[in-house]
Design a protein around this ligand. Structure first.
Ligand code: SAM
Ligand code: ZN
Length: 266
C-alpha cells in the first residue's frame, strides 16, 4: 500500500492507470513523466525557486559525481536505519540525484517530493523506480507513521510534519553544510570568508541522536562546472562584483567539501 494520502480529505489513494484516486473521488493525474502533483494551492514554488535552466544545471553538476561521497554516506544510513522497514522518503528531493543514489542497491519502496514542479519533473525522468510527487513540507500528503527512513538534504525543516510521518522507529537524516564546505570557492569570492556555523535545526518534536561527518577535496576542471556550482550556492545571491570577477577568471578550482548528516528520531 502506498504511503501517500489524499491532500484534500486525507483518505488513502489508490492507483488507477493514469491517476491516483481516493474513496471520495478526489483525483490526481499522473503526468507523462510519471510524477503526480499533490499540491492543492497550485503554487508550485517554481516562481521563487530555481528556474528550469538552474534545475538542469544542478542536475548536470550533481551527475558528474562531485558530491558522491555524501550520496554514498546517506545511502549507508538509509540501509542501516531502514533495515526491516519498507518506505524511504527523500524530502525536498530537488532533481532527484540523491533519490536515484538511494535507489541503487536499496530494496525499499522509495518516494521523493519537492515543491518545485520543474525539479520533480527532472527527478521523475531519472526513472529510478521511486514515486515522485509535488508537495509542500508544511503539509506533506503522507500517512501518519508510515516512513521508516527519510533523507532531507539542504532544505527547509519542518519538525512537526517530519515527526508525524515517521514510524515509531523511524529516522530522518538531515544534511547541512559542514564548517569548511566550499571554503576554496569562498576564498575566491570574499576577502574575509566565514566558516559555516553547523547549526542543527530546532526540532522540539525530534531527538538528535547521532551525527556523521563527510569530508573530501574536489577539483572542478572547467569554468562551466565552477559556474554551475556557484549557481547552486546561496553565494549566488550575494557576492560582490570583485569576487564574481575573480571567480570568472578561474579555469579550475580546488575546494574542500564538508557535510554533516544529523540523525533524528522521534
Ligand atoms: C537546495 S535544494 C536541495 C535539493 C536536493 N535535496 C539536493 O540536495 O539536491 C532545496 C530544495 O527544497 C525545495 N523546497 C523549498 N521549499 C520547499 C517546501 N516548502 N516544500 C517542499 N520543498 C521545498 C526547493 O524546491 C529545492 O528543490
Ligand atoms: Zn480525498
Amino acid at each position: 500500500m502506498t504511503i501517500l494520502k489524499c491532500p484534500v480529505c486525507g483518505g488513502s489513494l489508490n492507483a488507477e492507470p493514469r491517476r491516483l484516486v481516493c474513496s471520495n473521488r478526489h483525483s490526481f493525474d499522473i503526468a507523462k513523466e510519471g510524477y503526480v502533483n499533490l499540491l492543492l494551492s497550485g503554487k508550485s514554488g517554481d516562481l521563487k525557486g530555481d528556474n528550469k535552466e538552474m534545475a538542469r544545471s544542478r542536475r548536470d553538476f550533481l551527475n558528474r559525481g562531485y558530491f558522491e561521497p555524501l550520496a554514498n554516506a546517506v545511502r549507508e544510513c538509509a540501509a542501516a536505519y531502514s533495515a526491516g522497514g519498507d518506505a524511504v522518503l527523500d524530502i525536498c528531493c530537488g532533481e532527484g540525484y540523491y533519490t536515484q543514489k538511494l535507489s541503487e542497491g536499496l530494496d525499499r519502496r522509495l518516494y521523493g517530493f519537492d515543491i518545485s514542479k520543474n525539479m520533480v519533473r527532472l527527478a521523475a525522468k531519472r526513472r529510478c523506480g521511486a514515486t515522485f510527487f509535488v508537495a509542500n513540507i508544511a503539509s506533506v500528503p503522507v500517512r501518519d507513521e508510515s516512513v521508516r527512513f527519510a533523507a532531507h538534504l539542504f532544505a527547509p525543516f519542518h519538525a512537526g510534519e517530519f515527526s508525524r510521518i515517521l514510524e515509531t522507529d523511524g529516522v530522518i537524516a538531515t544534511v547541512i553544510p559542514g564548517r569548511d564546505h566550499l571554503m576554496g570557492l569562498k576564498n575566491v569570492l570574499y576577502s574575509e570568508p566565514y566558516p559555516n556555523d553547523e547549526k542543527a535545526p530546532d526540532a522540539p518534536e525530534l531527538r538528535l541522536t547521532d551525527t556523521v561527518r563527510v569530508r573530501d577535496t574536489i577539483t572542478l576542471p572547467s569554468r562551466e562546472d565552477i559556474a554551475s556550482l556557484f549557481q547552486m550556492t546561496p553565494y549566488y545571491y550575494h557576492t560582490p562584483s570583485a569576487g564574481m570577477k575573480r571567480m570568472q577568471q578561474l579555469d579550475s578550482l580546488t575546494t574542500d567539501i564538508e557535510f554533516v548528516i544529523l540523525l533524528y528520531r522521534k
